[in-house]
Design a protein around this ligand. Structure first.
Ligand SMILES: [Zn+2]
Length: 232
């Protein structure tokens, strides 16, 4: 049972905003800025207090991260640290990235989403309406020495929200499949039957390599003996 988000005596506005998300909105649901302000008429900068929760691992998407949202809407995606518990809100929050850090990561990643390879501003589909925005995400990487490190990596808005808003066109796909050569169609039919495409190990490794943050790609380059880092 969560404490009440209306308890102004015990909790500050960031914690109350967290409790409000859990009690009134619920994970996955969309809320408007107007609804938030209505719930906290006495807090001048409730938008900012809500954003502060991101430093504690709370995922709250705006139209910037999730193009399917309207300007005034936000989505409560995922709960983070239970900040209302003693000590949790005081845990050192992840420091926000500086502009210089962001730029360094974007340059290292050649301004491409490391998950899907799209470039900033490129259209996602043939309709050309939704365009990719790149941002810097944190990814946990298991290092060769066994420790886990959080590294920074470039990711596009669609990969970040897990492909929401992607529209599939079955007819278009069928006509493209029909246009393939009989041999290609046979191969594809085999994958469909098995419900998977067996990738060989080289392809699997390449796929994994491409999604690594720049620091980890450097480690692989070093191990392969052609590192940029060695020349510095
Ligand atoms: Zn992407």
């Amino acid at each position: 049972m969560l404490p009440s988000w209306q308890d102004k005596e015990r909790y500050g506005s960031m914690i109350r905003a967290a409790l409000w998300l859990e009690a009134e909105v619920g994970e996955g649901a969309v809320f408007t800025k107007a609804r938030l302000r209505e719930a906290f008429p006495d807090v001048a900068q409730i938008d900012r207090r809500l954003r502060d929760l991101r430093d504690y691992g709370w995922q709250i998407d705006t139209s910037r991260e999730d193009p399917s949202l309207k300007q005034e809407e936000q989505r409560y995606v995922k709960m983070g640290a239970p900040v209302w518990l003693p000590g949790q809100a005081k845990a050192k929050p992840k420091a926000a990235l500086t502009a210089a850090q962001r730029t360094r990561v974007l340059v290292a990643d050649s301004f491409l989403c490391r998950s899907c390879g799209i470039a900033a501003g490129d259209p996602y589909g043939e309709d050309g309406i939704a365009r990719a925005q790149l941002d810097v995400a944190r990814r946990e990487v298991l290092l060769p020495n066994g420790t886990v490190e959080v590294q920074l990596v470039t990711e596009c808005n669609r990969c970040r929200v897990g492909g929401r808003g992607r529209k599939a066109d079955v007819n278009e796909m069928i006509s493209k499949l029909k246009a393939l050569s009989p041999l290609e169609q046979d191969i594809f039919a085999g994958w469909v039957k098995a419900d998977r495409r067996k990738r060989n190990q080289l392809e699997q490794l390449w796929g994994s390599y491409r999604t690594l943050p720049a620091e980890s790609r450097d480690l692989i380059k070093q191990a392969m003996g052609n590192s940029d880092a060695n020349q510095k």
